[in-house]
Design a protein around this ligand. Structure first.
Ligand SMILES: NC(=O)c1ccc[n+]([C@@H]2O[C@H](COP(=O)([O-])OP(=O)(O)OC[C@H]3O[C@@H](n4cnc5c(N)ncnc54)[C@H](O)[C@@H]3O)[C@@H](O)[C@H]2O)c1
Length: 308
């Protein structure tokens, strides 16, 4: 401790020694306010004891898992290609095993590294087997993009319990299973990014193509990512959502005809329907090294169709 104008400061504290409150005259106990502060800070340090002080740097060799990457005009395929260009090894997963083999071959031909793996995201055994392959054949998983999903344009009164369960199984349970399976390794390594796709339908109760079961399943995705963010961010794993408006892919009941496209474009502020690259670019950023302080967030990419 330096002295000022020759006035001696308090005695040096040996390195590592606890900071002590000066005792009151006569060695009396510190006032109760200090004791409460100490209790609060002890509680805080117990809650945070497993938190890494800082996350490790992004490794050069790292893998992103992209579910729902098989569809030829889909968001997953566009994201997988983008991530490969950005230096990730990519595990492309889909119910359609042949399609992801093709996607992986395309990425490899373009000079990237990829593995196509068939998976049913709603089935825990299938997710576990797929994850085991990825872990055996690719570098450590740092990113997970939960994209696999199905639509449900059925009116509320016509929605059967079976359809409800199927939509929830793929869109909500699938995100839960993949995030839990890959999240464990991320938490062990102290670094991970989970980004899941919700939908403007969760915010507006449908209104574009799908209806109640789909909207509810996509609402669950937002809530789940917030809860995961709360538990896993202190372990180095962020969790976020993107919430697209209409994008011209096959999930909208096939390619949009001119009239539907024009109606959808007119409903937003930007005046066009979204593209797979609009969504993929945002997801790639949230999976990347610069997004480490973003967690529990939901980003709209809807051309102003809805403001949240
Ligand atoms: N296109 C849009 O307008 C839009 C808008 C908002 C949100 N989204 C969401 O974006 C995601 C991607 O949709 P897309 O537009 O690319 O549709 P898409 O139909 O082209 O892609 C979805 C992919 O998920 C796969 N899949 C379905 N069930 C699966 C399962 N059980 N296990 C593994 N894979 C499965 C399909 O085979 C398909 O390849 C979906 O979750 C969708 O709900 C799409």
């Amino acid at each position: 401790m330096p002295t000022v104008c020759g006035t001696p400061g308090p005695p040096e504290r040996p390195p590592g020694a606890p900071r002590t409150t000066p005792a009151s005259p006569g060695g009396a106990r510190p006032p109760p306010r200090d004791a409460a502060r100490r209790r609060r800070s002890r509680r805080r340090s117990t809650e945070q004891q497993e938190a890494p002080v800082s996350t490790p740097p992004f490794p050069d060799q790292r893998t992103a898992v992209v579910t729902g990457a098989g569809s030829p005009r889909g968001i997953g395929r566009a994201l997988a290609a983008r991530l490969a260009r950005e230096g990730w090894a990519v595990a492309v997963m889909d119910l359609d095993e042949e399609a992801v083999a093709d996607v992986a071959a395309g990425i490899t031909e373009a000079g990237g590294r990829a593995l196509g793996v068939g998976v049913d995201v709603s089935d825990p055994a299938s997710v576990d087997a797929a994850a085991a392959r990825v872990e055996a054949e690719l570098p450590p998983v740092v990113g997970l993009a939960n994209i696999a999903g199905i639509s449900s344009p059925t009116a509320f009164f016509d929605t059967t319990p079976q359809e409800w369960d199927r939509v929830m199984a793929v869109n909500a349970r699938g995100v839960f299973l993949a995030t839990q399976r890959f999240g464990r390794g991320m938490a062990d390594r102290g670094l991970g990014r989970v980004v899941s796709i919700s939908s403007v339908s969760a915010q507006r109760g449908g209104g574009t193509f799908s209806k109640s079961a789909y909207s509810a399943s996509k609402g669950a995705v937002v809530s789940l990512m917030r809860a995961v963010a709360r538990e896993l961010s202190p372990l180095g794993v962020t969790a976020n959502c993107v919430s697209p408006g209409p994008v011209d892919t096959d999930i909208m009941g096939g390619p949009l005809d001119d009239e539907r496209r024009a109606d959808m474009a007119a409903a937003g502020l930007v005046g066009r329907v979204g593209t797979v690259d609009d969504v993929a670019a945002l997801m790639a950023f949230l999976l990347g090294p610069d997004a480490g302080n973003i967690t529990g967030a939901t980003y709209d990419v809807n051309g102003g169709l809805h403001m949240s």
